[in-house]
Design a protein around this ligand. Structure first.
Ligand code: ADP
Ligand code: GLC
Length: 486
């Protein structure tokens, strides 16, 4: 089976969030399955970071997509050696700033074109006009809105026989653009309608994918249900309901090569469930590095996140002084909402020995916060899957989460019963509001003070198999189902 995995980010080439983690790890996990007799290749825009990190790059074809001349460069993933096809066009992709926005955080004004080209080339690679004649995919897995137009091009223009899956990592991002993009995107105007890619008078890349892909997947079973309701469907619930029988929820795993406290290259000490002492040294070093008081007896709470409404972290600043008064410390790494960044920075200024606020993107610090903290806070308003709570489980840093999406599917609240049957792995806030979150954090801290019980909670999480192994098997089953049209 030949699979093209089309994505706008993949770790370690380029990363802004969980999509990169999944795009780096899932194709690798599938390619390692004994049952997988095939070849999986990653298609990605040739941002500067991608081109500089690709191993053994080679230009294999030139192609014009939406009027833009591009080169296709194949190379190897630096970690897994998997084949990558990067689309090179300096004007579109080699810019300072991020994959979606400039250095000031403003979306690139031509994102419709940039990801239109990605989608168009994905479709061309699955067509009779592919410039890679010796490699025709049987199946394409598209990820999020950035590749959502590919299934539309495949059905409407290229009449492709390749099967398609659209994987929804976050329904909140829908890639909606003005109708004036119809022409530059070379989309047939006749399908700019409700039974097509039109969405409230705009072109929606995500809706196109949901409408035209053969199968749909999302990143947890609970989120697969939630997106069919008005509460979490972001207006797409009606369409998703009509496609219910084609929609599967498969929970993300973690890349145990990258995220394993026993071998993590970012840590000064390694530890495991059987020998957890190294975690203490990492906490000590983290407190020192962040300028926090070096106190082993202060509960250290971690946050690593995009700072957006989704993540619910705006609930924290108000309650932090109450927790700080009782000796808590906070290690925060996050960027996004400038007002929230400023709130956390103000708290750091007021309580320098107990709060550390770090903006920007720092892979090394994110691993050290995960390992060095006692617990991890993730009160998301919605969370398709979430990877950080999974890292928290693996690192003996029990997560405090809300009851939604993948968080609900991966964290089991601590109570008498779950402690007794060894399923307690973290703390769950039922209603996302400041008061409930505070109660839950205090509940977690009380358990933390009881060292024996805390070890049990840590151990339950650390023993869970949250690698990609079983989810990769589920994806392979989905690939086979999609191919055979069931
Ligand atoms: P989402 O994709 O919605 O942002 P996930 O929990 O699925 O949420 O994944 C987030 C990923 O991005 C994790 O690997 C997390 O460690 C990482 N991350 C988020 N913010 C930062 C940051 N400021 N620096 C480093 N890594 C970050
Ligand atoms: C999205 C979601 C997150 C998920 C990630 C990878 O960014 O917000 O919940 O873990 O994609 O699937």
């Amino acid at each position: 089976m030949r699979v093209l995995f089309a994505t706008s980010e993949a770790y370690p080439l380029i990363k802004t969030g969980g999509l990169a983690d999944v795009s780096g790890a899932l194709p690798k996990a599938i390619s390692h399955l004994k049952q997988f007799k095939g070849d999986i290749r990653i298609l990605i825009p040739g941002y500067s970071a991608v081109l500089s990190k690709l191993k053994s790059p080679q230009t294999v074809a030139n192609i014009v997509a939406l009027g833009h001349a591009c080169s296709l460069i194949t190379g190897k993933m630096p970690d897994s050696g998997l084949t990558v096809i990067a689309i090179q066009n300096a004007h579109l992709y080699e810019r300072p700033g991020g994959p979606y926005s400039d250095e000031l955080g403003q979306d690139w004004v031509d994102n419709a074109l940039r990801f239109g080209v990605l989608s168009r080339i994905a479709s061309l690679l699955c067509s009779k006009n592919s410039p890679l004649l010796d490699w025709q995919p049987d199946l394409i897995q598209c990820n999020d809105w950035q590749t959502g137009l590919a299934p539309a091009y495949m059905k409407l223009i290229d009449k492709s026989t390749t099967k398609s899956i659209l994987s929804i990592h976050n329904l909140a991002f829908q890639g909606c653009f003005d109708a004036s993009w119809l022409k530059p995107l070379e989309l047939p105007a006749a399908h700019f309608q409700i039974n097509g890619f039109e969405y409230f008078k705009q072109i929606s890349f995500l809706k196109a994918g949901i409408f035209y892909a053969d199968k749909l997947s999302t990143v947890s079973p609970t989120y697969a249900q939630e997106i069919q309701t008005s509460k979490c469907g972001f207006g797409m619930e009606g369409l998703l309901k009509t496609r219910s029988s084609d929609l599967t929820g498969i929970v993300n795993g973690i890349d145990t090569q990258e995220w394993n406290p026993a071998s993590d290259v970012h840590l000064i000490k390694h530890y495991s469930n059987n020998r957890i002492t190294g975690k203490k040294a990492i906490k000590h070093a983290l407190q020192q590095q962040l300028g926090l008081q070096m106190d082993a007896n202060a509960p250290l709470l971690g946050v690593v996140s995009r700072l957006t409404y989704q993540k619910g972290l705006d609930l924290l600043p108000e309650m932090m002084p109450k927790l700080i008064k009782h000796g808590c410390q906070f290690a925060i790494l996050g960027s996004g909402d400038k007002v929230l960044e400023a709130h956390f920075s103000a708290l750091e200024e007021r309580y320098p020995a107990q709060v550390s606020m770090n903006t920007g993107y720092h892979e090394h610090l994110s691993h050290n916060i995960m390992a060095g903290c006692d617990m991890f806070i993730m009160p998301s308003r919605f969370e398709p899957c979430g990877l950080n709570q999974l890292y928290g489980l693996a690192y003996g840093t029990p997560p405090i989460v809300s009851l939604t999406g993948g968080l609900a599917d991966s964290v089991c609240d601590t109570n008498e019963m779950s402690l007794k049957n060894n399923t307690a792995t973290g703390f769950v806030v039922k209603n996302v509001n400041s008061a409930s979150l505070l109660v839950t954090i205090n509940r977690a801290i009380n358990y933390w003070k009881d060292k024996k019980t805390w070890r049990k909670i840590q151990s339950n999480g650390m023993q869970r198999d949250i690698s990609w192994d079983s989810s990769a098997i589920d994806y392979l089953a989905l690939y086979e189902k999609t191919r055979s049209n069931n």
